[in-house]
Design a protein around this ligand. Sequence first.
Ligand SMILES: *Cc1c(COP(=O)(O)O)cnc(C)c1O
Length: 403
Amino acid sequence: MKAMNVATARLDPSGHPTERWAAEELRRLSELGLRRQLEPLQSAQGAVIRIAGKELVNFSSNDYLGLASDVRLAQAAVVGLRERGVGAGASRLLVGDSDAHHSLEQKIAGWMNSESALLFNTGYAAASGILPALCGAGDAIFSDALNHASWVDGCRLSRATTAVYPHLDLAALDRLLRSTPGRRRLVCTEAVFSMDGDRAPLAEMVDLCRRHGAALLVDEAHALGVLGAHGAGLCEELGLSGEVDLRVGTLGKALGVFGAFAATSRAVTDLLVNRVRPLIFSTSLPPAICSAAGCAVDIAADEQLLRSRLWRHVQRFCDGLRSLGIPARPDSAIFPVLLGEPDQALQAAQRLRNRGILAKAIRPPTVPPGTSRLRFSLSASHRPEHIDLAIGTLAALEKSLVR
Ligand SMILES: *Cc1c(COP(=O)(O)O)cnc(C)c1O
């Protein structure tokens, strides 16, 4: 029988086995409404983008300050490119390190008010690399149930005991901290949650961690540029910059560039340089990207105009949603409109899109089953008319949106 199977497999006209695997999996994803597709932009990132020849008002980027296509960043990158070329050529631990990397790290440390900062190629690489560098077998990581996939992977790769607590449930976190031993214990949370836009109660979490002798790590991905007097995030806004062990941020969202960082103590930075595998075994960021990011940090820290424009949009959009009976809070630049099943979210997104509004459907595994949604993210690059158009379109579609 076995021999026959091998023979039939060889005769399979579909060729490579992987093509069959792919066809099976893709069919399953399509049936569940979970298939995803790439959609190339034919324009720069911005409030209005072009896809498949159609202009759409864009509510799906994380370009909160509208810096992704800012000419000042492009100019900084061009200067860097002329001076240093395109590629870094090696890992930072070989010859891929440069003064551009170090001056950006210094600038970030000053901005974040931390002793030290360390660059990573992406937020994903930072999250999946930092947890295994800090914790291992015999340690315990406490992770919010809605933490980003990169932290989930970091927990898995670390081999530490992972205790997942219900989203923002500090009583449950307290119980887990009481009942879960570990040589080293670390609590990991997002500051602003990427798909819900709500905030972690960081002051209470600092207290809780202190009482239990646990470290606290905060991912500021969706708070950087948006919260804090200088846009340094929720910790800055709450006056907690000195209380948190590690803050992680991405340079790819509000900063409009690419890359990521950890802001922490000198000792932890030194350990990360020695232990983070995605830092050791990966080509470093191009120096020109560091130049552009340095320019972005200056703008994000100093240009209050962009931040205040964003917050006016946040309030306007929030008021608009509430006027439609859709629950909303002005906590961040992210507004979910919950719909339930993947097909409901896909259909709602398509209806909006037919009227020129792009708010992509967010489905599992990005969000838990039964919570598929539209996710609107606002940007300083929007104009008030864009906000009004989105609300007006939602109002027109309200009945068909199934609520
Ligand atoms: C986007 C995101 C990341 C990953 O950052 P990249 O630089 O885009 O890889 C990490 N954490 C959160 C919460 C995010 O939303």
